[in-house]
Design a binder for this molecule. Structure first.
Ligand code: PGA
Length: 239
């Protein structure tokens, strides 16, 4: 399985000029990389970035209509976007997204033929297995096995995001096994083995390769380190 490295730029950078410069520097640096690279910039930069696979950081659950301020999966598809991050912990927390909202978004993304990257993960006060199980069970409600196979799950413990405290390989593996077991319960072992699972949370070029060396980790979701082209290229090329 090809390794997937996803850059989540979050609400950065603050100008189109900087966005294009960052994108082009990354594009140049990863030209020969074997890993699949996906860049998720803020929506408004999407039309200006060409030559690498694009993802969006969020989406609305309807195709079109009276939903002020929202962006639909069809609009993203029209811009050649392939992936959509759904249920990032910042959207869950800051935008108050519930598992029910996330479920609707997942369905809309799948319906449009895009690939959702569903983020799950606990904060420091929560019980990991319970959070993982609930977020998957409620997030994936009503989604068929056939569709579930094209979902990517990103394990992102909230305490590791943007804190510099990345999750140990051992704990990441334990969490991934919990994700696989929840998916087996909801669907089957076949589906659980088909769903790609990424890790995200304070990954930089020093520790990226140790995650990628693990068979069960299919890729990485990179926030802060993806805003530095050199650093991100190092992560992608495993150097
Ligand atoms: P981080 O963010 O790499 O800055 O911790 C990861 C994410 O939020 O996806």
């Amino acid at each position: 399985m090809k390794t997937l490295i996803v850059a989540n730029w979050k609400m950065n950078p603050s100008s189109q000029k900087e966005a294009v410069a960052l994108f082009n520097a990354v594009k140049k640096g990863v030209a020969k990389a074997k890993n699949e690279v996906v860049i998720c910039p803020p929506f408004i930069y999407l039309p200006f970035l060409k030559g690498l696979t694009l993802g969006a950081q969020n989406v609305f659950s309807k195709e079109k209509g009276a939903f002020t301020g929202e962006i639909s999966p069809l609009m993203l598809k029209d811009l050649k976007v392939k992936y959509v991050i759904v249920g990032h912990s910042e959207s869950r927390r800051v935008l108050q997204e519930t598992d029910e909202i996330i479920n609707k978004k997942l369905k809309a993304v799948l319906e449009a033929g895009l690939k959702p990257i569903l983020c799950v993960g606990e904060n420091e006060n929560q019980e990991k297995s319970q959070v993982i199980e609930t977020q998957l069970q409620e997030g994936l409600q009503g989604i068929s096995s056939a569709k579930a196979k094209s979902i990517i799950v990103a394990y992102e413990p909230i305490w590791a995001i943007g804190t510099g405290k990345n999750c140990s390989i051992e704990e990441t593996m334990t969490s991934i096994l919990m994700i696989k077991s929840a998916l087996t319960k909801l669907y089957s072992r076949v589906v659980a083995n088909r769903v790609k699972i990424l890790y995200g949370g304070s990954v930089d070029s020093k520790d990226a390769s140790s995650y990628l060396a693990e068979n069960f980790i299919d890729g990485l979701l990179i926030g802060g380190a993806s805003l530095n082209a050199k650093e991100f290229v190092k992560i992608v090329s495993g150097t």
